[in-house]
Write a protein that binds this ligand. Structure first.
Ligand SMILES: Nc1ncnc2c1ncn2[C@@H]1O[C@H](COP(=O)(O)OP(=O)(O)O)[C@@H](O)[C@H]1O
Ligand SMILES: O=C(O)C1=C[C@@H](OP(=O)(O)O)[C@@H](O)[C@H](O)C1
Ligand SMILES: [Mg+2]
Length: 273
């Protein structure tokens, strides 16, 4: 046997041991998840993860390799989060709510927390048209934007793998959108007061519907007319005033688990079960 063949054999043995240990770790993680569910404890715990990453470095004898092992372990923990999320949430998690309620930002945070892919309807439209949403409104008008929005909503609803599905604020205006979303998703309504929405987006020029009149009055008036639509569509509601993005995301996870426990969600076509 050449030296290279010999070394490859040793590496293969390491992989075999790694696979066995990783398999065991994932199985234990699922048991921990069940236990936490029973005890109604939060499933995803950032502090605990940081501790675990730090700790694994201390088990590495060669200080030159410590950071690399920590880096690898971060990926292991991400997989652990993903396997738990898949089991807990076999449906798209769809965020709806008025402009500035935090759909896009909370979607990204949730995506990290749950190791689930996040897709923003507005971003898909922008990529396809190679144009900003505001430019589409300006060049083609709202009706064309709404048609593009409905097409993307329908496509995303049919995706095989579950996603964090971030809609635009006007998605509720078309009943068909909500029907499509409900086929495979649970709808989370992010609520915010007009004053809070104004504070968040007053300097942002990217929202064409508020371009000519960015004011608390205009927001109140639009919000008022859409409230019944959000109310009707929502499977659950999270108030975001005076909560940061991380708190909102944790609350979404907790409420989703409650929904599941109470068997209120009919997984019309549960995905990836
Ligand atoms: N809970 C929150 N607390 C404070 N600021 C927030 C919160 N959620 C979102 N934001 C901020 O508000 C702005 C609008 O958020 P965004 O995610 O674009 O909303 P949406 O997609 O619903 O229009 C962003 O600057 C974001 O950082
Ligand atoms: O409320 C609306 O009708 C809209 C909201 C926007 O998305 P955000 O809610 O993410 O700002 C975007 O889809 C478009 O400007 C129309
Ligand atoms: Mg958005």
């Amino acid at each position: 046997m050449t030296r290279l063949e010999d070394l490859r054999k040793k590496v293969d043995l390491c992989d075999r041991q790694l696979a066995a240990v990783l398999e065991k770790r994932l199985e234990i993680i699922m048991e921990i998840m069940e236990e936490k569910k029973l005890q109604k404890m939060p499933i995803f715990n950032k502090e605990r993860e940081e501790k675990v990453i730090n700790q694994i470095g201390h088990y590495v004898a060669n200080p030159d390799l410590r950071e690399e092992v920590r880096f690898i372990h971060q990926h292991v923990l991400q997989s652990c989060r993903r396997i738990q999320s898949k089991r807990l949430f076999p449906y798209h998690i769809t965020l709806v709510g008025f402009m500035g309620s935090g759909k896009t930002t909370v979607g990204v945070e949730l995506s990290n927390m749950l190791a689930m892919e996040q897709i923003d309807v507005d971003r898909v439209i922008e990529e396809r048209m190679n144009m900003r949403v505001s430019e589409i409104f300006q060049l083609y008008g709202e009706q064309v934007f709404r048609q593009l929005e409905s097409n993307v909503v329908e496509e995303l609803s049919k995706r095989e793998n579950v996603i964090i599905f971030c809609s635009g604020g006007g998605v509720v205006l078309n009943e068909k959108n909500i029907e499509n979303i409900k086929e495979t998703g649970v709808i989370v309504w992010l609520k915010a007061s007009p004053q809070e929405i104004y504070r968040r987006i007053c300097d942002d020029q990217s929202r064409p519907l508020l371009k000519d009149n960015m004011s608390v009055d205009k927001i109140s008036q639009m919000l008022e007319s859409r409230l019944p639509l959000y109310e009707d569509a929502a499977d659950l509601v999270v108030n975001t005033d005076e909560k940061d993005v991380e708190q909102v995301s944790h609350e979404i996870v907790e409420q989703l688990m409650q929904l599941d426990i109470n068997r209120k969600v009919h997984h019309r076509h549960a995905i990836n079960l």
